[in-house]
Structures are given as C-alpha cells and as structure tokens.
Write a protein that binds this ligand. Structure first.
Ligand code: BGP
Length: 472
C-alpha cells in the first residue's frame, strides 16, 4: 500500500558550511570555534579527518548542485560560515571572495530548481570572538551577530526565502560547558544557561531586523528538542521527564514561540544560581519578536527516570540532579552512531507542538541514519545499496505523515544529509548522505541507492508502506 504525501510538503536535504566546505580559500585568522577545536584536539577526530578538507564543497558545489538536480531535490539547507564571511569581525569588513561564493552557490541552486535555505550559525562562531569576548557569554558578540545577520539578509534576502538564526543553539555549550565532554572542557553551568539565553535573545533581535527589512521570506531557528519518555507511570519518573523537558526543550521553545520563559524554568535557574538576569528591555524584545517558523532536528528519543542516588552537593549544579538516563531493554539501535531508533518520535513531536503551543509552521530540518563502513554495501557497479536508510526514512516519514493527519502543522522533511559529510569528532566514520563521498583527493561523488529512491519519492509523492512494514 502507498500513502500520499501532501502537495506542498517539502522533501529536501541538508548540511552545513563547516561540515562540507573545507578550508580552500580561507584566510589567516578566519578560524571558527570548531576549527580551533579540531586543531587543538585532533586525536579525538576519527582517523584525523575534520573540517580542513571536508567534502571540499567550496570547490565542488556546482557538482553537488548538479546531483541535486539529477535527483529532483527541491530544497537544500546549508549555512554561511560566519568565521569566513568577514576579514574583520568588529569592523565587519566582508570577505568579498567568500561572500561571492555564497552568492554563486545560491544562484546555482536557484537555477537548478533547488530552493536555498540558509542558516547563520551552525557552530561557526569565529575563534576571534571566542578569544576576545568568550563567545556567546558576551552581549558584544550578540551585537556583532545581529549586524552580521543584517548584512546577510541585505545581500541574499532577495533570493533566500527561508532563514534560520542557529542550528541547534543548545549543542555547543551543552557539550563544552555543561557536560564538558568537548574541548575546552570547562565545566560552567551558569555559562551554559547564559549562552542559551543569549542565543534566544539573538534570535529575537535577528527576527526584528529581518522583519524591518520587509523581505519576501520568513525567519526561524533550528532546534533539536529531544522527545522525553519517562521510564514508568510513577509520579517521580514523570517529574524527571518534565524537568528534562524544561531545561533542554522548553528553554528554547518558550521564548521563540510564545515570547515568554516559563516560571518553572526561571524558578529552577534562580534556585541553582544559574539565572541569566535579563533586563526588562531584553524580555520585551523576546516577547515582540517570536519566530515565523521552526526547523526541528529529530534523531532519537530521550528516556529518563527519577534519580536513584542523592546528588553530590559538592559538584556543580547539573540538571541531572533531577533525572537519570534510562536504558530501555530491547530498544532498537543504530549501533554505528549509538543512537536508539524510535520512529514514533516524529509523531510525538508533532503532537507535542500541537498540544503545548499555538499553531506554528515547522518542518523536520534533520533526520537520518549514519552508518559505518558503507563501502561494504557497494554492488558490482560501485553503488551503495543502503536499503537500511530507505527503511529508516520511510518509517520516520510515515510517523510524520500520521502527525499531519492528526492536525500537526508540519510542512516538510529534510534529510541529513545530502552528501556524506564531516561529523563533530566522528568525521567520516558514519555516512549519512544520499551521495557517497570517497576520501580520495578529489572527494569523488556517487549516488547511492537511496538517492534514486528519494528521487522517486519527490516525483511520485507516494510513500510505500512496504518499506515501513519490512522494518517492523
Ligand atoms: C545534528 C547536527 C548536524 C549533524 C547531525 C548528525 O545534531 O546539526 O550537524 O552532525 O547531528 O550527528 P553526528 O554528525 O554527530 O553523527
């Protein structure tokens, strides 16, 4: 049986600047935060690969856009690399060579019938602004970001109709300052919350500027809410899930959709001395400038239970004081990535948004399956037979379409990623693309089986339920 995909439902694909571009043409002093992590801790990057060459998209973009055209892709999202966009981040001198590359890329996409969607920051905060102002800890960086956003809107806003202020604005500070898993391994929960706040405020400021320019498009942010499932029906487990939801999901949903932080979150922040002390004026800006739409990245569920052990009061506050991760026996896994596979997250996020917030347009901006050693699945013609990816997408898309049936305002599904690309630390270990990238000097491309299947999905707009049943 096949089910119809709604007429205007977007079927696209995504990536980011730093994960594809490579450093060709990059000038002295144009490192991003992620570039400096790679330089400082190269040994944690799988087989030493990283942003330095990536997929060399900077030189290969016309080839990739031709492949997009070949598979009839209609939407592609990437980012502008903030760290490469200027030669001086305070004087805001634009690097015209890089800015022209962005222009050319956008024009090439439009000519190929692929609508460009652009994100202003996918972890590419300039190293210079980290060193001088401690990055998103600083209001100065916020001001410079808003000016950068305005320049980008003015240059490209006539052609780019979908803008995102950030990709997953919670991630860098969670890995670096809350969990301290990543370089520079600084544990600082108050700073974590301040970065969360400044990125919500920066989004409101960018929304304000964008709307003032009266351009023919819309602006939002890409969030990565984790659908939280309590271990059991016990009030304690339910409470653990609610607090997780507050700290990691509502912390962005509330200010961006409703313009107001929840009282519960503020009370918890005050109680644990991680409050971000907003001014009245800032709160008014957030209130007046909610997003036009949202991108949602969804990969795996988060399962929690009430903590079994008392919190060690001698350690810095972490929201984990209120929950403990729960490992569901028998869960399905993508073992390459270590993430649980639970397609119902797509239906559940749809109902979560419908139930908790006023109607807002949104789309899945990332979902996908990273798989190790995909060369194993090449057939005699060298085409990767990635049936597992087709099944994964089908099952997730099916749940998303169910959500639409039940009244969700979801407008589309964009796969991570169009081509294989560099992951933070995992580099090229797990392959996500519809397009295979060889790690030779040219970064040779080839379409995988899933690319041809994706083309038929775009053309026929019918999802085959046999792919869904097969996977059960
Ligand atoms: C998202 C990021 C992407 C991408 C993806 C896959 O969180 O927005 O940049 O990397 O996850 O995850 P990973 O690359 O860690 O396997």
């Amino acid at each position: 049986m096949k089910i119809a995909i709604p007429e205007n439902f977007v079927i696209g694909a995504a990536s980011s600047a730093w994960q594809t571009e490579g450093w060709k043409g990059k000038k002295e002093g144009q490192d991003s935060f992620i570039d400096s992590w790679y330089k400082n801790e190269k040994f944690v990057w799988h087989e030493g690969y990283g942003p330095a060459v990536a997929t060399n998209f900077y030189e290969n973009y016309t080839q990739d856009i031709a492949l997009m055209k070949e598979i009839h892709l209609t939407h592609y999202r990437t980012s502008i690399n903030w760290s490469r966009f200027f030669t001086d981040y305070e004087e805001l001198n634009v690097d015209e060579e890089y800015a022209k590359h962005i222009d050319d890329m956008i024009n090439e996409q439009i000519q190929a019938g692929v609508e460009p969607m652009i994100c202003l920051e996918h972890y590419e905060v300039p190293k210079y602004l980290m060193d001088k102002y401690d990055g998103w800890s600083s209001k100065k960086v916020l001001e410079l970001y808003v000016k950068y956003a305005k320049i980008a809107f003015e240059r490209y806003g006539d052609r780019v109709k979908h803008w995102f202020t950030f990709n997953e604005p919670i991630v860098v500070q969670t890995r670096c300052y809350l969990d301290a898993l990543r370089w520079p391994h600084e544990q600082n929960t108050k700073k974590w919350m301040l970065w969360n706040y400044h990125k919500a405020l920066a989004t409101a400021r960018a929304v304000e500027v964008y709307h003032q320019l009266d351009l023919p498009g819309r602006i939002g942010c890409i969030l990565n809410p984790e659908m939280v499932y309590p271990r059991s029906s016990s009030a304690e487990d339910q409470k653990a899930a609610e607090i997780y939801d507050l700290f990691f999901n509502k912390v962005f949903f509330d200010p961006m959709i409703t313009g107001v932080y929840s009282k519960e979150l503020i009370a918890l922040c005050q109680k644990h001395d991680i409050y971000f002390d907003p001014t009245e004026k800032e709160l008014a800006t957030i209130k007046a400038n909610t997003v036009d739409f949202l991108g949602i990245n969804q990969y795996y569920p988060k399962r929690v239970r009430a903590p079994r052990y008392q919190w060690n009061e001698e350690t810095p506050f972490h929201p984990e004081r209120y929950y403990e991760s729960f490992d569901l026996p028998g869960k399905q896994m993508n073992n390459s990535r270590g993430w649980e596979i639970y397609p119902e997250i797509m239906y559940d996020i749809s109902m979560y948004l419908k139930t908790n917030y006023p109607p807002i347009p949104w789309l899945i901006t990332e979902n996908g399956m990273g798989r190790e050693q995909e060369e194993r699945y090449k057939n005699k013609d060298g085409i990767v037979q990635d049936d597992y990816r087709i099944e994964y997408i089908s099952k997730h898309l099916y749940q998303l379409l169910r959500g639409i049936e039940d009244g969700s305002t979801c407008e589309g599904y964009m796969l991570w990623a169009f081509t294989d690309c560099v992951s933070p630390m995992n580099a090229f270990k797990n392959r996500y693309g519809l397009v295979r990238i060889e790690l030779d000097e040219k970064r040779t491309r080839s379409l995988k089986k899933s690319a041809y299947w994706y083309r038929s999905l775009v053309d026929e707009r019918l999802l085959s339920l046999s792919n869904v049943e097969e996977f059960k």
